[in-house]
Write a protein that binds this ligand. Structure first.
Ligand SMILES: N[C@@H](CCC(=O)N[C@@H](CS)C(=O)NCC(=O)O)C(=O)O
Length: 231
């Protein structure tokens, strides 16, 4: 069986978890904290990063979430996630790059640094200015998702695709860390609510990172519209 080396708040690993589930591919999670720099892990992935997808029986080791996603698409026909015409597929890949690079660089990465790495690894307090900046940039990214949802059924086009999985993976981590304010983002929130209720998503919502507690609405399927009491 496939083994996915990951830790609960890694958005790139979450994207692969969603993809494996949507494709109905069996896998087990193996906990890896890349910051511990385990020698055996560096042998698997010279970059020392998760996710790594490993099949011990066949001796296959795949590194980097985009390489892994392409491999799974090429080797499994069920539920294609880089789908449609060549232009559609280019659009899906553009959005995956946008969420993996810009959203991660502006929002998820800084939130993980301030709220997870500083706490668990560096034993430092978060920098409130960096947190405010990440939340401000989260709003700007959510405005773009609002626009995408207004113009097409799914983020990448007519069908659900890897673009949705990449976006939902990043947002779910940012949301866990309290970095998402859904107010003013009705379209993005309704897209995320639909996504949140998919069976592939429930293991992510149940997952917890030790010592780091999720925002109160994180696992709530009815988080939108906000309840009266929470307004
Ligand atoms: N481009 C890589 C990024 C993976 C990545 O940045 N993983 C982070 C955790 S979310 C990591 O392992 N960081 C450890 C490090 O950079 O040393 C991918 O898509 O897989």
């Amino acid at each position: 069986m496939w083994q996915l080396f990951q830790f609960p708040l890694c958005p790139f690993s979450r994207k692969i978890r969603l993809l494996l589930s949507e494709k109905g591919i069996a896998f087990e999670l193996v906990r890896e904290n890349p910051w511990e720099g385990r020698d055996e892990f560096f042998v698997m992935n010279h970059a020392g990063r998760v996710p790594v997808l490993h099949e011990p029986g066949r001796g296959v080791t795949l590194c980097d979430s985009r390489a892994i996603a392409e491999y799974l698409e090429e080797t499994n026909d069920k539920n294609p996630m880089i789908n449609g015409t060549a232009s559609n597929r280019a659009e899906i890949r553009r959005l995956v790059a946008l969420f993996d690079e810009s959203f991660f660089g502006q929002v998820t990465g800084p939130l993980l640094e301030e709220k997870m790495r500083k706490r668990l690894v560096l034993r430092q307090s978060p920098d409130s200015r960096a947190l405010r900046e990440a939340m401000k940039l989260a709003h700007e990214n959510l405005y773009y998702i609002d626009w995408l949802v207004d113009t097409r059924p799914w983020l990448g086009g007519a069908r659900m695709s890897l673009a949705d999985l990449a976006a939902a993976a990043q947002i779910s981590v940012a949301d866990y860390l309290g970095g998402i304010d859904w107010n003013g983002h009705e379209q993005a929130a309704s897209w995320y609510a639909t996504f949140k209720s998919r069976p592939s998503f429930s293991p992510l919502l149940a997952d917890r990172m030790e010592s780091i507690y999720p925002a109160p609405h994180y696992a709530d399927l009815d988080f939108w519209p906000p309840h009266e009491a929470a307004r």
